[in-house]
Ligand binder design. Structure first.
Ligand code: NDP
Ligand code: 8X3
Length: 266
């Protein structure tokens, strides 16, 4: 009770100033029709974010969106028209999770397919650029923005056959660092989350739908789950505004580097 209320005997009724009432912050997650993106959308929604998700497979997106009350919009991060159409439908954004990406093949540089390298660069690197550039004005306008880039252990350790994917993930890491420096002094955090082996559709996509070859990647190993990575992303997104998780390498206990993997035989 205020002093004046005490002296007059009036009850103090708190008045809710609607303009100051907390609105849910909006998080946009790309590549949310599968794997890490799906888990991230769910964890961010559970943490109280209003979530917008994008990917090319709209049917899948809708089934992810419906139970968590997210907005599902078709998105191809390699297509500027699609990116523009997606972003036009997003009036507000505080957190952008640049997750859409993946690898194509495991060919040596000697045998490299230029088209596969172009796809990896276009999706992982230019996709991140297109989304970040398009949403940066609204992220800045939020007054408390956050750009999260899903890199990889492949951004730190090159490995034979990884050439095109390593180059793309190293480039994404450079983008994260440049962005952090360019945005210094403005209200935007930039975080890079770099997982090792995560059991998703990543290997199935990498090996062109070869399920047997994809299963070999995780044989005898307890890999990370998409939820494990989503928890790390959500942790970064829910720190107080002045705290920036700069970069986070997250590996399974069975992995000590891109190629150092402990496999049980029994
Ligand atoms: P998944 O293959 O399960 O998911 C990839 C997602 O990216 C899908 O939702 C896919 O949706 C989307 N995507 C691919 N191309 C495009 C595109 N052109 N436009 C929009 N969305 C696209 O793999 P993960 O969940 O594992 O991969 C997510 C991220 O994590 C990737 O950046 C990957 O490089 C990274 N990563 C994965 C690791 C792993 O071991 N799994 C380890 C380290 C990093 P759709 O096909 O419907 O468009
Ligand atoms: C995926 C992990 O080790 O296959 O980014 O490159 S790895």
């Amino acid at each position: 009770m205020t002093d004046s209320a005490k002296s007059t005997g009036q009850r103090h009724v708190p008045v809710l100033n609607l303009s100051l009432a907390a609105q849910p912050r909006t998080a946009v997650v790309t590549g949310a029709s599968s794997g890490i993106g799906v888990a991230t959308a769910r964890h961010l929604a559970a943490a109280g974010f209003s979530v917008v998700i994008g990917a090319r497979r709209l049917d899948r997106l809708r089934s992810v969106a419906e139970p968590i009350g997210a907005l599902a919009i078709e998105l191809d991060v390699t297509d500027q028209v699609s990116v523009d159409r997606f972003c036009e439908q997003i009036p507000a954004c505080s957190v952008l999770v640049n997750n859409a990406g993946g690898a194509v093949g495991l060919a040596s540089i000697e045998q490299a397919d230029v088209g596969a390298w172009q796809t990896m660069y276009d999706t992982n690197v230019l996709g991140t650029l297109r989304m970040t550039r398009a949403l940066l004005p609204v992220i800045l306008a939020s007054g408390d923005g956050h750009i999260i880039i899903i890199g990889s252990i492949a951004a730190h350790e090159p490995y034979p056959g990884g050439g095109g994917y390593n180059a793309a993930k190293f480039a994404e890491r450079a983008v994260a660092s440049v962005l952090r420096q360019e945005l210094l002094g403005r209200p935007v955090r930039v975080t890079e989350v770099d997982p090792g082996m995560v059991q998703t559709e990543f290997s199935l996509v990498r090996f062109g739908g070869d399920a047997k070859r994809a299963a070999e990647v995780y044989k005898g190993v307890t890999p990370l789950t998409a939820d494990d990575v989503a928890e790390c992303i959500t942790f970064a997104a829910t720190r107080p505004s002045h705290v920036n998780i700069d970069s986070l390498i997250v590996l399974a206990r069975d992995q000590a580097g891109a190629q150092a993997v402990h496999r049980r035989t029994t």
